[in-house]
Design a binder for this molecule. Sequence first.
Ligand code: NAD
Length: 436
Amino acid sequence: MRMSVIGCGYLGAVHAAAMASIGHEVVGIDVDSRKIDSLSKGEAPFFEPGLQEILTAGIESGNLTFTTDMSAAQGAQVHFIGVGTPQQAGGYAADLTYVNAAVDGLLPYLSEGDIVAGKSTVPVGTAAGLAPRIEATGATLVWNPEFLREGWAVQDTIDPDRLVAGVPAGPEGERAADILREVYHPSVAKNTPFIVTDRPTAELVKVAANAFLATKISFINAMAEIAEVTGADVTQLADAIGHDARIGRRFLGAGIGFGGGCLPKDIRAFSARAEELGKGESVAFLREIDAINLRRRDRAVELVVEAFGGSVFKKNVTVLGAAFKPHSDDIRDSPALDVAVRLHGLGAWVTITDPAAIENARRIHPQLNYVEDRDEALRDADAVIVVTEWDEYRRQLPPEHASTLTEGRIIVDGRNCLDPAAWRAAGWTYYGMGRP
Ligand code: NAD
């Protein structure tokens, strides 16, 4: 099937390459000419495991092309919209400028019977606002939210755990759902749940999923706050409650909280939309979820300060991690980078390292000292703080080895991903989040 993907960022570039890898003929379109140049040359413009391989294969097969020219969308049967929906500059709501611009840019190239499939995460009601313009061309608008996780994006796109298609009522909606089944034919063939809903439900499914995940993380972080004043251990608590199948252990890792380009802005946009709908109280708890999440960054900074007896001024602090999570170079709203910047603001000499995100981090925070090599970054540190749970820090850094590099023996585990007993046995003073 011929398709276009408008917006080639973390979502769109992966989607375009993944669709080509399952046999479709895909053109990726973006306004960012640097990104398009890089993609056209077969170079992934960001770090995402597996993307490079499917990108190269797609380009070599001739099934995958990239351009800044929207007219290239003409003749495609399905047009995916994957542009950004960031938080508005002056408020909590989503900024829909890019979605509107992408749709307006696409309109002249739509033909009768085309499907426009929104993948961006949008406030409920957005599709209803866009539909008249699109339907005037004879095309059909569906909402097909994306659930990929950065770091697993290729796998999640090619083999998702469910597909959701929000379609208009009537035969045109049924036809659109059938076309999406054809788009995702390998998943449909292996009986991946394919849930057909109306458009508002599909829009809400995505924000509800993210609100739930954010709530689960902040719940355990709230327990960490209580553990901290009672001497309890939140990791044992999480293990114990996680054995209950109704609760489950995943997403119960206490630490410095969530970040990235999705959860924080999505829960804020959801609150803002609910208020517009006169139902602010229904999701008022999301404000608290956000506040708990942000407090954990304060707590991590506080732990480092306390470890030095009240001041980090002129202390060498090595920060392990900059990306908002491992297997990604994404530093949007990264708690890891936030902690590093705050320590720097308090007068610490911060050295920061990350296997993938240094370039992105340096662009936004050039004031920090970046070191590519982990061991070089650890050299002469008075304290070390782990803020992104990359395997390089979690599994592949024996405390005895760290001891040969650092000056001090203070380790702050911002992700509760280290073995406290092993670090203590090697002579380190260990501080965890919500652990004694
Ligand atoms: P991103 O910032 O990485 O990419 C957005 C891209 O859209 C950019 O390359 C930008 O240049 C391009 N763009 C903006 N305006 C355009 C226009 N008029 N025409 C063509 N291209 C345009 O963002 P992202 O992380 O890929 O997220 C995109 C959407 O997908 C958001 O709504 C996000 O919430 C949602 N989403 C993201 C993820 C994720 O893990 N990143 C997962 C699920 C859903």
